[in-house]
Ligand binder design. Structure first.
Ligand SMILES: *Cc1c(COP(=O)(O)O)cnc(C)c1O
Length: 415
């Protein structure tokens, strides 16, 4: 039983380099976060060795007493956190959670209404390159061209015309509050079910920093590793009457043995999420996003919808005369990691794009506040407005490093 550094020095070195990267750069990728040491300890534990097909108390394997404790705790804590009637904590990822949810309530060829990918939706909401776009008839809804916010009256018209079986609501790059209650009313009018995918905003919804979809949705799916700050993974919540269908759809429908180490880590994350500190953290994430957006607007950048209500904002590069691709590449060299992203009605391709997406979950976990958001906005501005100047890039890189040093991360970890 040798330590990793002895058993496999190449992988140990890659992990160490990744730790240094996470410590020493400003990460603004809206879908990322830093899980706690306790979450990572649970995720790296001996439960990875255990097969436990089935559910607590009804397993197809022996020796499942200890992992049952973990799964029961994960379920109970998650139900408490979101006020859900039923939860399945086994999905390996957000996309798999969505697949299991669709299989539970739809037949091959049924109609799903989902948000246009280029306007903020997710691949698994009906993209033609994803299973969802291949197995179901997809009718997309969009944001309004003038306000760049969701157009609920257009959504209602599309629903009346197409009579979808399922309306999927939730997004990966939408900076505004989503009105789940209105979506429920639209769905009720046409006899559709509602699935809210809160992968991005789950942490905000858990504490009331964004309205919760739980009371208005038949099914709610989410990842556990974004604002929720848990291990990589996902979960599905639903009303009691859908519980048997959802559970069957996850196992044996779309997955085999659950990742019990990941489920143990989810339980730890839910415990953390039930604390007052977590609630304060989520509200700070939102305040930080507002502060960053305000400064970018003062610096004359164009933001999709003119600002943000949540943890992220979309910055248009069109008037800057640069692409999202050039912006995110150059910023990475300047020690600021974020990603290019399509903006509504984007004339560029998804690989090039005309926007960048900026999120505050990571920097807020490090302890940064509004003052640092202003500094970061100014660093971004300096790089983007002098995009060809490598001296500017390296000056900002030192500035970014110095800011990271003021907010140390994972100080007790070596790997
Ligand atoms: C991130 C995300 C997912 C998918 O999560 P994976 O774990 O990467 O499969 C699903 N839906 C939305 C809205 C997301 O933002």
């Amino acid at each position: 039983m040798k330590p990793l550094s002895v058993e496999d020095p190449e992988i140990a070195a890659a992990i160490h380099a990744e730790l240094e990267r996470q410590r020493n750069t400003i990460i603004l990728i809206a879908s990322e976060n830093y899980a706690s040491r306790a979450v990572m300890e649970a995720q790296g534990c001996v439960m990875t060795n255990k097969y436990a097909e089935g559910y607590p108390g009804k397993r197809y394997y022996r020796g499942t007493g200890c992992v049952d404790i973990a799964e029961n705790l994960a379920r109970e804590r998650c139900k408490k956190l979101f006020g859900a009637e039923h939860v399945n904590v086994q999905p390996h990822s957000g996309t798999q959670a969505n697949m299991a949810a669709y299989f539970a309530v739809l037949k091959h060829g049924d109609t799903i209404m989902g948000m246009n990918l280029a306007h903020g939706g997710h691949l698994s909401h009906g993209s033609p390159v994803n299973f969802s776009g291949r197995m179901y008839k997809i009718v997309p809804y969009s944001v309004r061209k003038d306000t760049e916010t969701l157009d609920y009256s257009e959504m209602a018209d599309i629903a009346r015309k197409n009579k979808p079986q399922l309306i999927v609501v939730g997004a990966s790059s939408y900076p505004r509050t989503i009105d789940f209650k209105v979506v429920r009313e639209i769905a009720d009018e046409v006899g559709a079910k509602v699935m809210a995918d809160i992968a991005h905003i789950a942490g905000l919804c858990a504490v009331g920093a964004h309205p919760s979809p739980v009371p208005y949705s038949d099914i709610v799916t989410t990842t556990t590793h974004k604002t929720l700050r848990g291990p990589r993974g996902a979960l599905i919540m639903c009303k009691e009457e859908l519980a048997p269908a959802i559970d069957r759809s996850v196992f044996p429908g779309t997955q085999g043995g659950p990742f019990m180490h990941a489920i143990a880590a989810k339980a730890v994350a839910f415990k953390e999420a039930l604390t007052p500190e977590f609630k304060e953290y989520q509200f700070q994430v939102v305040r930080n996003a507002a502060a960053l957006a305000k400064r970018l607007l003062e610096n004359n950048f164009d933001l999709v919808s003119g600002g943000t209500d949540n943890h992220l904002m979309m910055v248009k590069m069109i008037n800057e005369g640069i692409t999202g691709k050039v912006a995110d590449e150059t910023l990475e060299r300047a020690g600021i990691t974020l990603n290019k992203n399509m903006i509504p009605f984007d004339p560029a391709t998804p690989f090039v794009t005309s926007g960048i997406r900026i999120g505050t979950p990571c920097v807020t976990t490090r302890g940064m506040k509004e003052k640092q958001m202003v500094e970061i906005a100014d660093m971004i501005t300096t790089v983007l407005r002098d995009i060809k100047n490598e001296e500017t890039v390296s000056a900002v890189r030192s500035q970014a490093r110095a800011l990271c040093d003021q907010f140390p991360l994972y100080t007790d970890l070596t790997c």
